[in-house]
Write a protein that binds this ligand. Structure first.
Ligand SMILES: [Zn+2]
Ligand SMILES: [Zn+2]
Length: 172
């Protein structure tokens, strides 16, 4: 039994279609190295669900409200949760006359709004509408496997994809 995290560090694999006696085995694989002593968590549903979908499923089917790092960020988004977003939007019509500019607004487009973007680039299956999680194959950390559709992706393919689609922006 594993606890849920909306940014899991592990995911579950099954190979029910494989012939042989071991095809009912369940494998839990780490997505990446984790510090010693960290809890191993999986997501109870596809990792690309939005905050509202996740919250509903967790409350209705599992009886708890998630307070993970990702949920704490996404609960402030207006599109992830229909409640109370309007109240959050503050009007700045009344200035105190010092004419402070709006530079703060300009910075908002950056990764600050979506600090977990890299997680999805790296671990969400690139197959459209799959929603699976990619985890390294045991004994071959350069090859990732999707736990839903079984798609394999090498480290090189991943890097090529990044360069083609410009999804990642490293300062380098
Ligand atoms: Zn969460
Ligand atoms: Zn997949």
């Amino acid at each position: 039994m594993l606890n849920h995290d909306c940014l899991p560090n592990a995911c579950r694999f099954e190979y029910l279609d494989k012939p042989g006696a071991s095809n009912t085995d369940i494998y839990i694989r780490l997505l990446h190295d984790v510090p010693q002593g960290s809890e191993i968590c999986v997501s109870y549903f596809p990792v690309n669900w939005n905050y509202k979908e996740r919250r509903e499923r967790l409350v209705e089917d599992y009886g708890f409200e998630c307070n993970c790092e990702r949920c704490r960020v996404e609960q402030t988004w207006s599109d992830g949760d229909g409640e109370g977003d309007e109240e959050e939007a503050m009007e700045h019509d009344q200035t105190d006359g010092d004419g402070v500019d709006e530079e703060e607004e300009m910075d908002k487009d950056g990764d600050g709004d979506f600090p977990h973007a890299m997680f999805f680039v790296k671990y969400l299956c690139p197959e459209e509408s799959c929603g699976g999680t990619m985890a390294p194959l045991p004994g071959n950390a350069n090859l990732m496997e999707c736990n839903v559709c079984g798609r394999l992706r090498s480290e090189q393919e991943f890097i090529d994809d990044l360069e083609q689609h410009g999804t990642a922006r490293h300062s380098d």
